[in-house]
Design a protein around this ligand. Structure first.
Ligand SMILES: C[S@@+](CC[C@H](N)C(=O)[O-])C[C@H]1O[C@@H](n2cnc3c(N)ncnc32)[C@H](O)[C@@H]1O
Length: 414
């Protein structure tokens, strides 16, 4: 679907650019506005037109990068191919965007060639068109292309702002914490209780990876007693910085104590004291040994595997597309060792959730989708999937959550 949309947009955009640029070139020649300029001045105008074209293209390249990040589509298929390929293998957030820009700009430069051929071919073929006319035509065509690229870039940005919030542009960690973690809400009452229970099945004294942890600590406390060390991974450096502030006991770091207290209750402590909460916070700080920037689009987002991987509300909250969600799930679940435990959670059949006044995508995941995403690598007989109704439609945009833990198959004995 994304390829079809991108291919259609590429064809439409190529024809529109050609028509617009050619018309602008012809108009400038016919209007005679540059007639009478010396050859030197015509060259100066031509160089200036290239500068404007490059500026217009820069606006469009930025918008195209944001469009790819938010929707996986582009107005240039080559740019999409470069983006998708680089995202699978590069670890940095920037590399796929640079590849997309190179792919896009490369095609736009190639599209210039027919203009040179047409302009200088016409000048060579007929006395009526001079070499100066050819240069003026090219300058006009460049100006038309500049206006077109700038306009397409602005239109793309406008569309994106209206339809999707993007993590790169719109995610505000503090806003997310205020909206979702000021108190322990129904989804987290269910998720933390489930997580505590799931971790009873985890191998003790092994490193645990939290994948897509965001700026949040509320799930991590349950792992502190089980893990030898804890690695926290997220896509956004701003989320990792927020976690670091909590680890460093920054005075304005988020207060997770109500969540620690609830975790201890789920573990069986009937009335956790302030000291018990502090002890668990301290143990958690001690166990966190690594903050890692990860991208679930990458085929191998982390270069090792774990006996336990915990990834609640990450893959489903990173895309509105079920096919992409499956790919992200595959990349995340591949990080679980054979025989290891995977714990996940997703918004149940939800198309989007709100943070502040922005709506972020959700992949509309059902129980069956989740079950299918675990095949063939996970053991069906060792799998728990629950749907909990949480009735948070009015506040956050979803009415329930899916909770799951599953064990990966052991490799066959030889
Ligand atoms: C809704 S938040 C959930 C955060 C946390 N797990 C929680 O339960 O509150 C979704 C998280 O997915 C992360 N994310 C988005 N795209 C990602 C990607 N491509 N790879 C890894 N994480 C990503 C975001 O940075 C964000 O922290």
């Amino acid at each position: 679907m994304r390829w079809t949309v991108s291919a259609a947009a590429t064809v439409a955009s190529t024809y529109a650019l050609d028509a617009f640029a050619a018309a602008a070139g012809a108009l400038v020649v016919m209007s005679g506005v540059l007639a009478g300029l010396s050859h030197g001045w015509v060259v100066v105008v031509l160089v200036g037109s290239y500068v404007l074209w490059a500026l217009g293209l820069r606006t469009n390249l930025r918008a195209n990068g944001a469009l790819l990040a938010a929707t996986g589509t582009s107005t240039n298929v080559l740019s999409k191919a470069a983006y998708d390929l680089t995202r699978r293998f590069a670890r940095s957030e920037r590399a796929p965007r640079v590849a997309a820009a190179v792919g896009y700009a490369g095609t736009e430069v190639i599209k210039e060639l027919p203009y040179y051929a047409a302009a200088f071919g016409a000048a060579a073929a007929t006395e009526a068109i001079t070499g100066a006319d050819a240069l003026v035509f090219l300058a006009g065509a460049n100006l038309g292309a500049a206006v077109y690229e700038y306009g397409l870039g602005r239109l793309t940005s406008w569309f994106l702002r209206r339809r999707f919030a993007s993590f790169e542009r719109d995610w505000v960690p503090g806003r997310y914490l205020t909206d979702y973690y000021s108190t322990v809400e129904p989804d987290e009452l269910a998720t933390i209780a489930f997580l505590v229970d799931a971790l009873r099945h985890a191998d003790r004294d092994q490193p645990i990876l939290f994948f897509g942890v965001g700026p949040t600590m509320h799930h991590v406390f349950a792992a502190a007693d089980v893990a030898s060390e804890i690695h926290l991974g997220d896509y956004l450096p701003s989320n990792l910085a927020e976690l670091q502030r909590w680890i460093d006991r920054a005075p304005d770091a988020h207060d997770w104590r109500p969540f620690v207290s609830y975790t201890l209750r789920c573990e069986g402590v009937s009335e956790p004291t302030e000291d018990e909460v502090t002890l668990r916070e301290d143990l958690t700080r001690k166990k966190i040994t690594d903050l890692i920037q990860v991208d679930a689009h990458h085929r191998h987002p982390v270069n090792r595997r774990y006996a336990t991987v915990i990834s609640p509300y990450c893959a489903d909250s990173a895309t509105d597309n079920l096919t992409t969600w499956r790919q992200l799930m595959r990349n995340i679940t591949d990080l679980v060792e054979p025989g290891g435990l995977f714990v996940t959670a997703a918004l149940h059949q939800c198309a989007g959730y709100t943070v502040g006044d922005r709506r972020f995508p959700s992949a509309n995941v059902s129980e069956d989708d989740l079950r299918a995403a675990l095949r063939p690598d996970f053991d069906r007989s060792n799998e728990v999937i629950e749907v909990h109704s949480t009735n948070q439609d009015a506040t956050h945009g979803y009415g329930g959550v899916l909770l799951c833990h599953a064990r990966k198959h052991q490799p066959p004995e030889r």
